[in-house]
Design a protein. Structure first.
Length: 156
């Protein structure tokens, strides 16, 4: 009697564990996301003697959702470099960001665009703008992507 009661108890526990593992697998399939990084594109145009208008585009190149976990409210980093390759502007030094982990979902092939006005003492020596992602997510090959663009001058 004692032996059959132990068998029944073990059988019940085994069935319960199998059922729980199947539920976990179903949940994983429903929320599967890609581990491919978000692509970044940046362009900059001088629109006066001391202003650069930058456009930053974050794009999901995947055919599935991508969930990004940001370490703060900052979505990207921008740096403007002069003709001697010195950094003359850094986006994160000019803005304040909340220091809380934030998650954002990108749908397949979705693109998000941000416009940034950069004020400099003089844009005549501003040559290039670098854009970098700041996303961090588990399983990513790289936590950041980087792109560089030449700053176009305003046409008179």
């Amino acid at each position: 009697m004692k032996w059959s009661r132990t068998r029944l108890l073990l059988l019940g526990l085994a069935l319960m564990l199998v059922g729980c593992s199947q539920e976990t697998k179903k949940a994983d399939l429903a929320t599967k996301v890609s581990n491919q990084p978000i692509e970044i594109a940046v362009s900059g145009q001088a629109v006066g003697s001391n202003t650069i208008e930058a456009i930053v585009r974050l794009h999901n190149p995947n055919d599935q959702n991508v969930k990004i976990a940001y370490p703060s409210s900052q979505r990207f980093e921008l740096m403007v470099r002069d003709g001697r390759n010195h950094v003359i502007y850094t986006f994160s030094k000019e803005h304040l960001f909340t220091q809380a982990i934030e998650e954002e979902q990108f749908k397949p092939y979705e693109e998000k665009e941000y416009e940034v006005t950069i004020e400099l003492s003089d844009t005549s020596d501003a040559k290039e703008i670098d854009g970098m992602t700041v996303q961090q997510f588990e399983g990513a090959r790289d936590s950041t992507s980087k792109v560089t663009s030449v700053i176009s001058k305003e046409k008179l």
